[in-house]
Write a protein that binds this ligand. Structure first.
Ligand code: DX5
Ligand code: ZN
Length: 219
């Protein structure tokens, strides 16, 4: 599994130390949550913080935009250091164009789906994207409880991707714990995002190592 710790749950007063801990850990990616107070009822952090984190790591910066009309900021996030840019299907009027722009800027293109958004809506974009982020809580806050129904969405999407023979990765985000991660892997998730279950653990680096030990047992 690819493990992408969400820095939303990190200690912002000690961001340098948190980055160092992640750099020395088995974490694959840094998951950076951008919220605008409009698409989601919360505001997190923005471009200057992403820029500083970029300077502090060689690992992949996995930027999750929870903002309205994200096409306005594609270039800015590329310049700030994003390697992966994920936009919400619910926030894009011209998703195909937005995806093309993200790719043109040299980034990996992801599309995120809220818990109520059916995976079938990806039908005519799946062949153009690199990853799908399935929200397993309602976006906006860390530390929420996993919504069980979303597991079926991961299964359905995995089947569809395999049927079409596409190389699209599935990322899950929200309420991911060491208790439900195995089920998510078995359902077809490739990337686990985890905030509170890593940063609130007594030993975050050990928690990351435990997530890394999970592998798909059945399909
Ligand atoms: C929620 C964010 C998540 C969040 C996950 O809107 O997209 O990335 O940080 O936090 P946990 O793992 O605590 O649910
Ligand atoms: Zn996220």
């Amino acid at each position: 599994m690819i493990v992408s710790p969400s820095l939303l749950a990190s200690d912002f007063l000690n961001l340098g130390a948190e980055c160092k801990m992640l750099n020395e850990s088995e974490a694959d990616w840094f998951h950076l949550d951008i919220m605008d107070g409009s698409f989601v009822p919360n505001i997190s952090y923005g471009l200057p913080v992403v820029e500083q984190i970029r300077k502090a790591t060689m690992k992949i910066c996995d930027v999750h935009l929870m903002i309205e009309a994200p096409d306005r900021y594609i270039e800015a996030f590329r310049k700030a250091g994003a390697d992966i840019l994920t936009v919400h299907i619910e926030a894009c009027r011209h998703l195909h164009r937005t995806i093309q722009e993200i790719k043109k800027m040299g980034m990996i293109a992801g599309v995120a789906l809220n818990p109520h958004t059916p995976v079938q809506l990806l039908q005519d974009i799946l062949q153009d994207i690199d990853l799908v982020l399935i929200m397993t809580v309602n976006p906006g806050f860390g530390g929420q409880k996993f919504i069980p129904h979303t597991l079926n969405k991961v299964k359905m999407l995995r089947q569809r991707i395999d049927q079409l023979g596409l190389d699209v990765k599935i990322e899950v985000d929200g309420g991911v714990t060491l208790e439900n991660a195995q089920a998510l892997a078995d359902a077809g998730a490739d990337i686990l995002v985890a905030g509170s279950s890593i940063f609130n653990a007594p030993d975050p680096s050990a928690a990351i190592a435990s997530f890394k030990k999970i592998s798909r047992q059945s399909t």
